[in-house]
Design a protein around this ligand. Structure first.
Ligand code: SF4
Length: 257
């Protein structure tokens, strides 16, 4: 019914609520209310009930995890989704798991994070010129959201990038899932992704133009700093450092040598 507030449980909630967010702080406030994906709602809350032994004293966040970083960031970093005992516990993206440890360490090394480690929402971490977010905002079982869940969540990321648009110059995309997810997001937010669609690879760069007259945005692919990728050395800390540095350079952010 016109004028009725959309239910947070409706599959169409993100599509109806995201465009109404007039700023990133408004978006960050509404995302955690979302319950549009029943399987993910159940999983995130189940993880919070069962907990991991090391975190048994924690009260888990157990809600969608919004992006983190300044609203005028020229650089964005897009990952897959929060981890059940990482972001789903701490309430901040990439915070509280080995992937986040590697990412924030890389950001700190080049001067884009105020601290080398992120541990919880009130740890004092500040990001400089970079905003971190994800293609899917709830922790999925086995770190694998379904295609339908990815698509349901898409409007949140589309609105986030749209709001970042005036300053956004580069996006570091961590992992093939986020790379695939991002192309329709960019199209939905008004950009023109390259055709044919470039295949994901570590170090791949692709330019996304803005037919509205805005500046181009450069995508930089990077392997996801998952436990498996780091353990097998598919991705080393130096490789992660380099891809983040490349994004910062393209975004014209001052970085530490
Ligand atoms: S994954 Fe996205 S759309 Fe689905 S419940 Fe979480 S925030 Fe909502």
């Amino acid at each position: 019914m016109p004028g009725r507030r959309p239910s947070a449980q409706a599959p169409g909630f993100p599509a109806r609520a995201a465009p109404g967010a007039g700023s990133l702080s408004e978006l960050d406030a509404v995302v955690p209310a979302c319950r549009a994906c029943p399987r993910l709602v159940e999983w995130r809350e189940e993880a919070a009930r069962v907990k991991r032994r090391a975190f048994r004293d924690w009260e888990y966040w157990a809600r969608p995890v919004p992006g983190f970083g300044p609203a005028d960031a020229p650089l964005a970093i897009v990952g897959l989704a929060p981890a059940a005992h990482g972001g789903n516990r701490t309430g901040r993206i990439f915070t509280g798991d080995p992937s986040g440890d590697a990412l924030y360490a890389a950001l700190f090394e080049i001067g884009l994070a105020s601290q080398p480690r992120a541990t919880h929402r009130d740890d004092g971490m500040a990001l400089h010129g970079v905003r971190i977010t994800a293609a899917v905002h709830c922790a999925p079982p086995a770190n694998r959201p379904t295609t339908a869940e990815r698509d349901t969540c898409r409007p949140w990321l589309a609105r986030e990038l749209e709001l970042l648009g005036p300053t956004l110059r580069a996006i570091v995309v961590l992992g093939g899932f986020a790379w695939q997810a991002l192309m329709p997001v960019l199209a939905g937010a008004g950009w023109r992704p390259p055709r044919p669609r470039p295949a994901f690879g570590h170090g791949t760069e692709a330019l996304v133009s803005d037919p509205r007259g805005g500046r181009d945005v450069c995508l930089i692919g990077g392997y996801h700093p998952s436990r498996r990728n780091m353990f097998t050395r598919t991705l080393t800390p130096a490789m992660l450092h380099d891809v983040v540095r490349r994004g910062a350079e393209i975004a014209e952010l001052p970085v530490r040598p």
